[in-house]
Design a binder for this molecule. Sequence first.
Ligand code: PD2
Ligand code: ZN
Length: 286
Amino acid sequence: MNAQHVTPDLRRWILTQVSAGHGADLILQAMRTSGWDDAVALSAYQATVNGAGSQAAALTVGTGQPPTSVVPEPKWAPGAHEVEIAAHRLQVLTSLHGPRVVVFGGLLSHAECDELVSLAQARLARSETVQVATGASEVNTSRTSEGMFFGRGENALCARIEARIAALFNWPVENGEGLQILRYRPGAQYKPHYDYFDPAQPGTPAILKRGGQRVASLVMYLSSPQRGGATVFPDAKLEINPVKGNAVFFSYDCAHPSTRTLHGGAPVLEGEKWVATKWLREGRFE
Ligand code: PD2
Ligand code: ZN
């Protein structure tokens, strides 16, 4: 049990720092330097800045941007090309800063990809996205794939993959949404969009009550279409070809285009593209 408590003074100080435009990393570092325990500092920051109904939730700083969140970050030894996570070896293929994007090789085995596809197949429906005006789901014409969601930990395979992701990013399993599976046939695409919930939309506060904002996405490729289907980041001028078992991770520390995380799925030209997407939230998604 920790003896330190989040005091009203600490909350006020955090709000002042946010209003001055300082990012989460800097604020947490200053709190640690002043002797605040890591866990207390993080929970004070999250409750004050990101918590549902918090004073800062609607705050925009001088730059017009929402306050920044702490985001997941994969860890590997300096210079390492491979990471071992819970007896599973994966490769670090590409790492970009600004926007933060990491491409992994072999995050899933081919057997895991095939099993996810076969478990999802019978439950596919035309893809829906969260309707930002109301928080409900709706069929979206900018997304011509078919999809389904697994519940978190719904079966042993999902639980194993979720535990691997949680270990790789040091981010609690409870802060993750269930895996979403998408199938793109030739011609299907996902037009460029942001994965965070737009703070300006009236439905967003209701969505954020469950787990807060999305802070990172992991798109895992379950098949290798012969042509097309790259995941594209127009602002970063980056294209990632879908290769079975590989995955692209990207994070966004605020719900704002300045994160440069605009991304989409280019049309599939030949073959089928299957992906599993994992979204990580700032808080517990229960
Ligand atoms: O399938 C993709 O490449 C893709 C692209 C953009 C998936 C998503 N977004 C997503 O699931 O959010
Ligand atoms: Zn997306």
